[in-house]
Design a protein around this ligand. Structure first.
Ligand SMILES: C[S@@+](CC[C@H](N)C(=O)[O-])C[C@H]1O[C@@H](n2cnc3c(N)ncnc32)[C@H](O)[C@@H]1O
Length: 222
């Protein structure tokens, strides 16, 4: 990448282990606390695998793959090819290592790069962007590229404008972690899905965010 790293890239580069532990149930007390205070993380994980359609034999693109939790789960569930992309090198290294440890490396490719500028040269049955839009100042070009790369379904999560909750989160990230974050309204998301374009879409409200499903395939599923 030629441009200097942005705040999100610098922030995520420092925290692969800290991020991955959010999903771990090795310490039951910590896991219970995460399930309570990081509700959105677990909601979006459940909804992704509920709404992604048939995974067996599918090709998957996982944008902002982080430590690969989604990519590896897609591979475990029978995807034939999974590409995870992240612009933080340490996240990509973490994902690659775990894919080897789990014996899934033959079906998973982890790419270090910025989604917007990376040339993919192929499209994918399922495209996911979980926990990514929190860090995106201008979502329109990403939506357009995501729609272009999707053959069947697109799944994404978005933080919601909620007042006090997002205010404290914005302060924590922007001023303490030096990582700007952004929130969305349902109306903004509807416009983005329509303009991308996704011929059909559904937006589900979560406790503190939204989960969006875009559809390119012709069969009705919503
Ligand atoms: C909150 S983490 C989510 C990781 C994973 N999807 C999950 O839910 O566990 C967001 C990730 O998106 C990556 N990211 C943000 N913007 C990106 C971009 N434009 N291109 C590639 N990766 C990006 C960050 O480096 C970070 O690892």
């Amino acid at each position: 990448m030629s441009s200097p790293p942005d705040g999100a890239q610098r922030y995520f580069e420092r925290i692969p282990e800290k991020w991955d532990v959010l999903y771990s149930d090795e310490n039951p007390v910590r896991y219970a606390i995460n399930r309570l205070f990081r509700k959105g993380l677990f909601e979006r994980y459940r909804l992704t695998f509920e709404h992604c359609g048939d995974i067996a034999g599918a090709s998957v693109l996982d944008i902002g793959c982080g430590t690969g939790r989604y990519s590896l789960e897609f591979a475990k569930r029978g995807a034939s090819r999974v590409v995870g992309i992240d612009f933080a090198p340490s996240m990509v290294e973490f994902s690659r290592r775990i894919s080897h440890e789990l014996g899934l490396a033959d079906r998973c490719e982890f790419v270090c790069g910025d989604f917007l500028t990376h040339p993919f040269g192929e499209s994918f049955d399922i495209v996911s962007a979980l926990g990514l839009f929190d860090y995106v100042a201008d979502p329109a070009p990403l939506f357009a590229k995501m729609a272009d790369l999707t053959n069947k379904r697109f799944l994404a999560s978005f933080p919601r404008k909620t007042g006090l909750w997002d205010l404290q989160r914005t302060i924590r990230y922007r001023w303490i972690k030096k990582c700007p974050i952004y929130n969305y309204t349902r109306e903004q998301l509807e416009e983005r899905f329509r303009d991308a374009p996704f011929p059909a879409f559904r937006i589900i409200q979560l406790s503190r965010g939204f989960f969006g499903i875009g559809i390119k395939e012709t069969e009705a599923f919503l």
